[in-house]
Design a protein around this ligand. Structure first.
Ligand SMILES: [Zn+2]
Length: 250
């Protein structure tokens, strides 16, 4: 029964949840809160369209001047390193999930949905307080008490690692390289160095078809020495006349 609303960022976790729960999803919401780039939202839209799930983007950008985070426009540079490092705290957007869940709850209650799906996972717990199990449980309780429909949160990945989600998505046949975006920076390719990219590499190890800038650069240097190309470059895709491959991460 299609009676769930899902929050989709366009990253690998929410996209996997979208595909896994597609039979139960009535509506999808994404949020623009002043992220440095819109790549994730494009991937959210692409996946919803491919599954025939109605999708809307809520614009919260008026809040931007009042929020503090390196993830947002006007903030400092995105730190490189591991996702769980102290430096990654700079990427926290204060109460982001709290804001998104409140709005999703109101939309769910207004559109005949009984619950809100969110793809938070155990790797988020270290630095994002509003991704932790006690917050999600408490927020769910508040939403149920605050609506006639008793809207509740379903966070099926909350105790799973990102690696486990990667394996679920791989099992579902999701093309992560073409259909999801993780990098905090909005370059042509995933940077391969920020906390989000580092975690993505670990999660998709063995079946990662993402084009990472750092890997591409390394391979180009190797190719210059070996003169044996091992990977299709953007220029080669363009020469082959495949418009699908031009300008997209593949
Ligand atoms: Zn990155």
């Amino acid at each position: 029964m299609k009676d769930k609303l899902i929050i989709v960022s366009g990253g690998m976790d929410s996209v996997t949840l979208l595909h896994q729960e597609k039979e139960n999803i009535k509506k999808a919401l994404s949020f623009f809160y002043g992220q440095k780039h819109l790549k994730e939202l494009e991937f959210a839209k692409k996946n919803c369209e491919s599954l025939g799930v109605p999708h809307e983007v809520i614009d919260l950008s008026q809040l931007l001047p009042m929020l503090r985070s390196n993830l947002l426009q006007g903030g400092d540079d995105i730190p490189e390193g591991h996702y769980e490092d102290e430096s990654q705290k700079k990427t926290v957007v204060p109460f982001r999930n709290g804001m998104m869940l409140s709005i999703a709850c109101a939309v769910a209650a207004s559109s005949g949905c009984t619950g809100v799906l969110i793809g938070v996972h155990s790797g988020d717990h270290a630095i994002y307080p509003d991704c932790r199990p006690n917050f999600i449980a408490s927020m769910s309780q508040s939403m149920a008490m605050g609506t006639y429909e008793h809207i509740m949160i379903a966070a099926p990945y909350i105790y799973l690692s990102k690696r486990a989600i990667g394996l679920i998505g791989h099992g579902l046949g999701i093309d992560f390289g073409r259909n999801t975006w993780t990098c905090y920076k909005g370059g042509e390719y995933h940077c391969g160095k920020c906390g989000a990219c580092t975690e993505r590499k670990e999660a998709l190890q063995g079946f990662d078809n993402t084009n990472y800038e750092d890997v591409l650069e390394r391979e180009m240097q190797e190719e210059e020495t070996n003169e044996t190309p091992r990977r299709v470059t953007k220029e080669m895709a363009s020469d082959a006349g495949d418009p699908d491959l031009e300008g997209t991460p593949f």
